[in-house]
Every structure is written in C-alpha cells, then in structure tokens.
Write a protein of this length. Structure first.
Length: 128
C-alpha cells in the first residue's frame, strides 16, 4: 500500500482527505505543522504530499521549498489551499508545488484531481 503524506492543521479537513485517500488504497501519514511535514517527507519518502498552505510554524510554501532542496525533492507536492485569488497559482507553483487543489475539498473527486496533477491514471496501481 503506497504511503502519502498530508500536511494539514485542520482536523476536519484532514478527516475528509484521509477518508478519500484510504478509500483509494493509500496509507496516510499526517503532520499538522510544516516542520513535521518536512521531517516525515525525508523519513518516509511518500508517493506524494498534500500540503496545506496556511500552517502553524512555517507555512506550506516554505515547507515545500525546503523539501525541494532536500533528497526528497522529486516527491510530487500538491498544495491544498483556500487561496484561489489571481496570482496565487503562480506563487504556489513557484514555491515548488506540482499543482493545487482548492478548498473546500470534494472527497468524491479528490483522488482523481491528485492523479491528474501527478500524471497517474485513476485506474493505475499507485504502488511504486
């Protein structure tokens, strides 16, 4: 079962994301702070990372920048954000994210959106 990392400080948002990912066959790791997300990314090398942008401690963009400067740099990082203003996409992508998903999160389409961003067919086995 492939591992994925969710860096999200809101427990309700995490529950929605966790439900969708577990249902799709992923093992979910969880960090509530950017620093903890970096540590888990380096330790566990997940299949992909879902990164909230507004986090306590360092924010999701800084956490992504640090992951991109580490040996975990190749792991796809997808931002989860309520920031959907003009220019936010470019800022998120320039921080090193492969794409982003807007909040509120739709658990029905979440995994499909993730697979589209990371270039994986929805029917493809996510095992490495």
């Amino acid at each position: 079962m492939p591992k994925v990392l969710v860096v999200e400080d809101n427990k309700d948002n995490f529950k929605i994301v966790n439900y969708a990912l577990v249902r799709a066959g992923y093992e979910v790791l969880w960090a509530e702070r950017g620093e903890d997300g970096i540590d888990l990314a380096l330790k566990e090398h997940p299949h992909f990372i879902l990164m909230d942008i507004n986090l306590p401690g360092i924010d999701g963009m800084e956490a992504t920048r640090r992951i991109r400067e580490s040996e975990a740099r190749a792991i796809p990082v997808i931002a989860i954000t309520a920031h959907a203003m003009s220019g936010d996409r470019e800022t998120i992508i320039s921080a090193g994210c492969n794409g982003y998903i807007e909040k509120p999160i739709d658990p029905i389409t979440l995994v499909e959106q993730i697979h589209k961003i990371i270039g994986q067919d929805a029917n493809e086995n996510p095992d490495r």
